[in-house]
Design a protein around this ligand. Structure first.
Ligand SMILES: O=P(O)(O)OC[C@@H](O)[C@@H](O)c1c[nH]c2ccccc12
Length: 391
């Protein structure tokens, strides 16, 4: 539990941050710093503990302005780090559009800054607000108490390997998915526990549960309910993770694995989150969509499970040849050398699709739409594989 201290460091270190060179703070800590010092309330709290409440009461406004300015700079810097790694998704600006200072003039670039440029960016910006609110209700210290009572995590990776060996087919991560921004509502009569049970009986190795409410009509209650209903398959918390706090939260809600999206997270955040996952017993499924993300993730030590999403989360285009393309040649060779399990994700509907991604080199698949839509999702699994894989 010693590592938990990392999460507190930015908050404690914040007052002296401004005297340090910008490059000193890793992006993860910047983001934690940024979020921890979000509200004027917490800014004031820092000042009070630093300077005493009387001094804070008299000098709060200029100091708050200065901190807001610094936060804006920090946010911009964080996006710069991300952009240098080819990440297009920007984090939500703290307070409206950033101002650009040029000499004595101050102006705002049209539509740059506070308008999300695509759906993934919109989801992530929304998540930023959501997580900040959840964190206020359940600070890490409370989560740690819940964590002590949580049942141990199950072996997600082991379940996928075992299924692959047992059936000779890719291990199935079956997704409990009510809706998506690209497909709308997939199933009206949606009982998450019943669906998860049908998946398990139908031979799924693991179950993925969407927890994002706003865009996917999912919830953490669904995750908890499935876990408490006695479903034995390890559970993936399908969430947009942008803050290490969410890893703790997911674990307390019964997750055995979490999704980390490389299109959203800079390398240092992925590394840091993988360490926390290991500490919590969570398996990290690190998702990529293109060559740049693939190569970035391959450069990270300790990767065991990588997902190749056939859906572009910025445009929603689906193309299952993406899995094949990314696993060809040197990249596929490296995956085999490092014994990384690759999951083919999205857009898989038929036994031919499964055979195609298996041929490309995946040992697991993540499937939602094609099976969740069937009146009997267990039967949906045998249709997908062309045979009963529960035996
Ligand atoms: O319903 P499909 O096309 O079978 O896709 C499932 C899964 O791959 C998809 O839900 C998914 C993959 N990565 C994601 C990241 C966020 C949200 C959703 C996803």
């Amino acid at each position: 539990m010693e590592r938990l201290v990392c999460l507190k460091v930015p908050f404690q270190a914040a007052p002296s941050y401004s005297s340090r060179p910008r490059s000193w703070i890793p992006p993860t800590q910047l983001s934690a710093y940024k979020r921890n010092s979000l509200s004027a309330f917490s800014v004031r709290a820092q000042m009070e503990s630093e300077e005493g409440s009387a001094a804070a009461a008299t000098s709060s406004e200029p100091a708050v302005d200065a901190l807001k300015m610094k936060e804006r700079e920090v946010g911009t810097f964080q996006d710069e780090v991300a952009a240098s790694q080819g990440i297009r998704i920007r984090r939500r600006p703290l307070t409206g559009p950033p101002l650009h200072y040029v000499g004595p003039f101050e102006f705002r670039l049209q539509n740059e800054g506070n308008t999300p440029r695509n759906i993934l960016e919109e989801i992530v910006w929304n998540k930023d607000v959501e997580v900040a609110q959840l964190k206020e209700r359940k600070p890490l210290i409370k989560l740690k108490t819940d964590l002590a009572n949580a049942r141990p995590a199950r072996d997600f990776l082991g379940a996928l390997r075992a299924a692959n060996e047992r059936t000779g087919l890719p291990g199935l991560i079956a997704e409990v998915k009510k809706a998506s921004p690209s497909r709308g509502v997939l199933r009206e009569d949606f009982d998450p526990v019943e669906i998860a049970r049908a998946y398990e009986e139908g031979g799924a190795a693991c179950v993925s549960v969407l927890t994002d409410q706003k865009y996917f009509k999912g919830s953490f209650e669904n995750l908890e309910a499935i876990r408490n209903a006695g479903v034995k398959c390890p559970l993936l918390c399908k969430e947009f993770i942008i803050d290490a706090w969410q890893l703790f939260y997911a674990r307390t809600k019964g997750a055995d694995a979490v999704l980390l999206i490389a299109a959203v997270l800079p390398d240092l955040d992925i590394k840091y989150m993988i360490k926390i996952c290991k500490m919590l017993g969570l398996t990290a499924l690190v998702e990529v969509h293109d060559e740049i993300e693939f190569d970035r993730v391959l450069g990270i030590e300790g990767i065991e499970l990588m997902g190749i999403n056939n859906r572009n989360l910025e445009t929603f285009e689906v193309d299952i040849s993406n899995t094949k393309k990314l696993l060809e040649g040197e990249r596929g060779k490296k995956i085999r050398e490092r014994d990384i399990i690759v999951v083919g994700e999205s857009g898989l509907f038929t036994p031919d699709d499964i055979a195609y991604v298996q041929e490309a080199g995946v040992k697991a698949v993540l499937v939602g739409e094609s099976i969740v839509k069937q009146s009997d999702p267990g039967k949906g699994i045998s249709n997908l594989f062309g045979k009963d894989i529960s035996l």
